[in-house]
Design a protein around this ligand. Structure first.
Ligand SMILES: Nc1ncnc2c1ncn2[C@@H]1O[C@H](COP(=O)(O)OP(=O)(O)OP(=O)(O)O)[C@@H](O)[C@H]1O
Length: 269
């Protein structure tokens, strides 16, 4: 099956397990990890450094094979796909990473960077790609002049907009954002979060949003999964998790949130 049936969530992670072994040391990076993400919603995967968030994201993207368990994205069993089939799936699931500069090729202009996935996936003709790059640049708030610049001539926030435009270039259904706003200062972070929310409302994107920051998760998500030492210790709709956290680890994370962060986020709108 190549399409998502109406009843199946866009992402299904079912009982993922993975242990890394380095010499005598073993790390349980995923321990019975299960979750689903419905179309047009955001699941925030929250937890401290080393809790297994990135490993889970990489597993969802098909970049990391689990020891056991299944991931289905857009109805396809990610780890049963041949390489060429997985590459086709990457048109439907794109990724934005933390490092605004490191994830962009310094030798290319912003326009060429945004066109990159379109070229890789044979999407549109040359003129169509240029048009779409301009449209996407506009959608994420980049100027025409900035499209002609290289990443090192832009700010961190502008680079993150480029990474988002590039992720959207081939019209994906799902975007995995791994600490995508963590490196940005507070006001730029808010702008990018608002942008992501607007895009979700406008085009029905599904997000797997990875963050160590529960305040950001509160702002962005519909559902939250809290990870600790490879396990999802709490998994609930956002309001429920904030109103009545059950797990002590979640409570400790909540207690660490600075006061004064808005309770309502774009997901409420
Ligand atoms: N390739 C690997 N080989 C060995 N251990 C690994 C590997 N990748 C991750 N780990 C270990 O697995 C655990 C989970 O790592 P992971 O990067 O998924 O956590 P994280 O929650 O994303 O943390 P961070 O926010 O710091 O990236 C950590 O203890 C990490 O050291």
């Amino acid at each position: 099956m190549t399409t998502t049936s109406h009843s199946e969530p866009v992402i299904v992670a079912d009982d993922l397990q993975l242990t890394f072994t380095q010499g005598k040391r073993t790390t349980r990076a995923m321990d019975h990890v299960s979750f689903t993400v419905e179309r047009g919603t955001t699941l925030a995967l929250v937890g401290q450094s080393g809790s297994g968030k990135t490993t889970t994201a990489r597993t969802v993207l098909g970049l990391q094979r689990p020891d056991s368990g299944v991931v289905r994205v857009c109805g396809q069993d990610v780890h049963a796909l041949k390489r060429t089939e997985l590459q086709k799936l990457w048109r439907r699931i794109q990724v934005v990473l933390q490092d605004p500069f490191g994830q962009l090729n310094r030798r290319h202009t912003v326009q060429r960077i945004i066109e990159g996935p379109m070229v890789a996936h044979g999407y549109l003709d040359t003129a169509g790609r240029a048009r779409r790059a301009a449209e996407l640049g506009d959608a994420v708030g980049l100027t025409v002049a900035q499209l002609g610049r290289k990443p090192q001539e832009l700010s961190g926030g502008q680079c993150q907009r480029v990474a988002i435009a590039r992720a959207l270039a081939v019209n994906p259904e799902v975007v995995v954002l791994d600490e995508a706003v963590s490196a940005l200062d507070v006001s730029v972070r808010a702008q990018i979060l608002n942008l992501l929310s607007r895009l979700q409302r406008d085009i029905g994107l599904t997000y797997l949003f990875i963050t160590h920051d529960l305040a950001v998760a509160r702002y962005m998500s519909h559902n939250i999964a809290v990870m600790n030492a490879g396990r999802i210790v709490e998994y609930a709709p956002r309001e429920q998790l904030f109103a009545s956290p059950r797990d002590p680890y979640t409570r400790a994370l909540l207690a660490a949130i600075p006061q004064g962060i808005d309770r309502k986020g774009p997901a409420d709108v």
